[in-house]
Design a protein around this ligand. Structure first.
Ligand code: FAD
Length: 327
C-alpha cells in the first residue's frame, strides 16, 4: 500500500473542487471497498478526501418520490420504516448484501460505485483490461465461474457485484449527481455500463461528479416482492445469480411486473422484454418458465460459468413464484 494524504470536507462544493483540482485524489465514504483495493494495489490514490461530513444522509419523501442521501448507510436504509413500507424490495436486497458490520459502514453512493469482484481485477500479477487497459482479460480463458453471461465483450466478462443496485434498477430509480458542470440526474438503467472497449469505466459518471442521492418514484410494489440471491454460502458471499422481482397482481393476473437480475452482467440487468411478456398473463409456474426462457435470450457462458445458463432461469422462476405467493 502506498502512502497517502487524508483530508475531510464539509461542503459538497469543497468535495467536488477537491477532485476536480487533483487527478490523484479520491473520495472515501465507508471505505469498505476502497481500502481493500488500496491494500492490494489495485487503486493507488495519493489523497483521500473524506466525504462523511457532507449533509447527504437523509431519507425522506419528496412529492411522489422517496429520496435517499448518498451517505445514508446500507443498514440504516434497509431498516428504515419508510423504506420498508414503501420500497420493501430495496430493503430485502440490501439485507442480502455483505454482513451487518459491513452494512453499518457502507454507504448508498459507495455501494453503487463498488468495483467488480473478478479475481483477475484484484490480482495485480494478472492481466485485466478493467484495471490496466490493454493488458487483456485473464478471465476469458481462465477461471470464470463468477462471470457474466450477458452483455460481455472480448475485453471484459466481469460482473457488477451489488445487490442493492439490482433492486434499484427494477424500481426505476434515478441517480442525483453534482459536478464541475453542475447538477444532473441519471436514470439507474443508464448509470452502470456494459464493458465494450472501455471496461475500465464502470459507469457514466464524469471525473469529479459526486453522487448526492437517489430517488425512487412511488409504485404499488409493496405486497408481492422478493429478492432471491443464490450464492456459495448463505451469508457474506457475492451472488452467483440474484433476482429482484416485484409483481402487481389483480386476482391471479399479472398487472405489472419489474425484474432485475444480478451476477450475470457488467451492470444490473433489467429484464424489460420478460416483463412485457408477463403483463396480462396468469401468475403460474408454467408462465414463469416461459418468461425465464425469454429472459435467457442472448446469454452465453465461458466454460466454468455455464451452470449460470440453468441457474439464472431457475432463480427467476423461483423468485417470481415467491413474489407472487405461488411457492
Ligand atoms: C467482505 C465483503 C463482502 C461484501 N459482500 C457484499 C454483498 O454480498 N453484496 C453487496 O452488494 N456488496 C457487498 N460488499 C460490498 C459493499 O457493499 C461495498 O464495499 C460498500 O457498499 C461500499 O460502500 P462504501 O461507502 O464503503 O464505499 P467506499 O469504499 O468508501 O468507496 C467505494 C468507491 O465509491 C466512491 N464513492 C463513495 N461515495 C461516493 C459518492 N457519493 N459519489 C461518488 N463516488 C463515491 C469512492 O470514491 C470509491 O471509489 C461486500 C464488501 C466486503 C468487504
Amino acid at each position: 500500500m502506498i502512502n497517502f494524504g487524508y483530508s475531510r470536507v464539509s461542503t459538497i462544493k469543497a468535495a467536488v473542487e477537491a477532485l476536480s483540482k487533483d487527478s490523484n485524489a479520491q473520495w472515501i465514504a465507508g471505505g469498505t471497498n476502497l481500502v481493500d483495493l488500496m491494500k492490494k494495489g489495485v487503486t493507488t490514490p495519493e489523497k483521500l478526501i473524506d466525504i462523511n461530513n457532507l449533509p447527504l444522509k437523509e431519507i425522506k419523501k419528496t412529492g411522489n418520490k422517496l429520496y435517499i442521501g448518498a451517505l445514508a448507510l446500507n443498514s440504516e436504509v434497509a431498516e428504515n420504516e419508510l423504506v420498508r413500507k414503501e420500497q420493501p424490495l430495496l430493503s430485502l436486497a440490501l439485507q442480502a448484501g455483505a454482513s451487518q458490520q459491513i452494512r453499518n459502514m457502507a454507504t448508498i453512493g459507495g455501494n453503487m460505485m463498488q468495483r467488480t469482484r473478478c479475481s483477475y481485477f484484484y490480482n495485480t500479477d494478472m492481466p485485466c483490461n478493467k484495471r490496466e487497459p490493454g493488458t487483456g482479460c485473464g478471465a476469458l480463458k481462465g477461471f470464470n465461474r463468477m462471470h457474466a453471461i450477458f452483455g460481455t465483450s472480448e475485453k471484459c466478462i466481469a460482473v457488477h457485484p451489488s445487490d442493492m443496485c439490482i433492486a434499484l434498477v427494477a424500481l426505476d430509480a434515478a441517480v442525483l449527481v453534482t459536478g464541475p458542470k453542475g447538477d444532473r440526474r441519471i436514470s439507474f438503467q443508464n448509470f452502470h455500463r456494459l464493458p465494450g472497449d472501455t471496461p475500465q469505466k464502470d459507469n457514466t459518471l464524469e471525473r469529479g461528479e459526486l453522487i448526492t442521492g437517489i430517488e425512487i418514484p412511488d409504485n404499488s410494489y409493496q405486497d408481492h416482492v422478493h429478492y432471491l440471491k443464490v450464492r456459495d454460502r448463505t451469508s457474506y458471499a457475492f451472488a452467483l445469480v440474484s433476482v429482484a422481482a416485484a409483481v402487481n397482481l389483480q386476482g391471479d393476473t399479472i398487472q405489472d411486473v419489474r425484474l432485475g437480475m444480478g451476477g450475470v452482467a457488467h451492470k444490473p440487468w433489467r429484464l424489460t422484454e420478460t416483463e412485457n411478456f408477463l403483463k396480462g398473463k396468469k401468475a403460474s409456474e408454467a408462465t414463469f418458465r416461459q418468461a425465464a426462457e425469454l429472459a435467457l435470450k442472448g446469454a452465453h457462458g465461458f466454460g466454468h460459468n455455464n451452470f449460470k445458463l440453468k441457474l439464472a432461469p431457475n432463480t427467476l422462476v423461483e423468485a417470481l413464484k415467491i413474489a407472487a405467493g405461488k411457492a
